[in-house]
Design a protein around this ligand. Structure first.
Ligand code: MN
Length: 323
């Protein structure tokens, strides 16, 4: 809990997280340790660590760094095309299953309760629609979920826009695949940057997910400073609070120069900031103000209950990140 001064306006229990690559233009154990320190310094409760190459990190060292910083962790990756479990090529699917198994082991070793991202297909722009069978995606993810359950790890399927996968572009797509997988530890991961492109609005997908919403990324329309683009973040946070979502909410921003590979895949060509520390702190403050405003609006809309908190929404609050 936040007991320092000044008090933070938190009425809901979501832990706020930061994607580690905001700090890094390359990725190795030293970069991970530095990201962990800086994320804690910026006031976040958890850090999201990529496990694109699960063997590239000294997991023991990274786990000790997380402990020293007192940070929670979530692990993520997107599959490469040569390890795409939605492929019709069985050898490609097998490579993908092997990579996911190693990423799951890394997640468990780091203490992450979630392995998430584009686990179901390649992360990248496809030149054709998906195979009707979705390759081996449902079967591989069912086996992965069964291995993850005794480790206490949930799987997240991150819904991304049409330029980053051909398989799951909407929340409804993810819910259909989860239904086919049929395992309780597979959840939907929504991201405002992608929702802004593919969904009708920000409230509908959150309501569609209900208790299957397992993780949320918050990103701007250009993936820069929160509040400086046109994503309706107030609507998203109202929907999360109205749905009773108590999971982690992680800010994800990218600016050039980004790490090779992922930066190219995500088309991170523009320099959107000079000081990642400033972006990180402002994003946290902005998300806190949005959560407080959403909680206040919900309390104000509820029938009065004697003795219940009545924090009013504060018009004009929460614009600090605009620049
Ligand atoms: Mn994301």
């Amino acid at each position: 809990m936040n007991t320092g001064s000044p008090p933070r306006p938190r009425d809901v229990p979501n832990t706020l997280g930061l994607h580690a690559l905001i700090w890094a233009d390359h990725w190795d154990t030293e970069a991970a340790e530095r990201s962990i320190r800086l994320t804690a310094d910026a006031g976040y409760g958890l850090v999201e660590l990529p496990v694109l190459e699960p063997d590239a990190l000294d997991l023991g060292r990274v786990r000790r760094s997380l402990g020293r910083a007192g940070l929670g962790v979530r692990c993520s990756l997107g599959l490469p095309f040569d390890a795409d479990i939605s492929s019709a090529d069985a050898a490609v699917v097998a490579r993908g299953e092997d990579l996911l198994n190693r990423a799951l082991e890394a997640s468990a070793e780091l203490g992450s309760p979630l392995l998430t991202g584009v686990l179901y297909s390649a992360l990248g722009k496809y030149a054709q629609p998906p195979a009707a069978s979705r390759g081996g995606a449902a079967g591989v993810l069912r086996r992965l979920a069964d291995r993850a359950a005794p480790l206490g790890v949930d799987l997240g399927l991150e819904v991304v826009n049409r330029y980053e996968s051909n398989l799951l572009n909407t929340c409804a797509d993810a819910l259909r695949l989860i239904d086919e997988i049929g395992r309780a530890n597979v959840k939907v991961h929504l991201d405002s940057y992608h929702m802004n492109i593919e969904e009708p609005d920000f409230a509908t997908p959150v309501a569609q997910c209900g208790p299957l919403l397992g993780y949320v990324h918050v990103g701007e329309s250009h993936r820069g400073y929160l509040g400086s683009g046109h994503v309706d973040l107030a609507a998203l946070f109202r929907a999360l609070v109205d749905a009773g979502y108590t999971g982690a909410i992680t800010f994800e921003g990218f600016s050039s120069p980004a790490p090779a590979g992922l930066g190219t895949t995500l088309a991170v060509w523009r320099r959107l900031w000079d000081d990642p520390g400033d972006v990180a702190v402002r994003a946290r403050e902005y998300m806190e103000s949005l959560l407080a405003a959403a909680a206040g609006a919900r309390a104000a809309a509820a029938p009065p209950r004697p003795g219940h908190g009545t924090a009013a929404p504060r018009p004009g609050h929460g614009t600090a990140a605009v620049r």
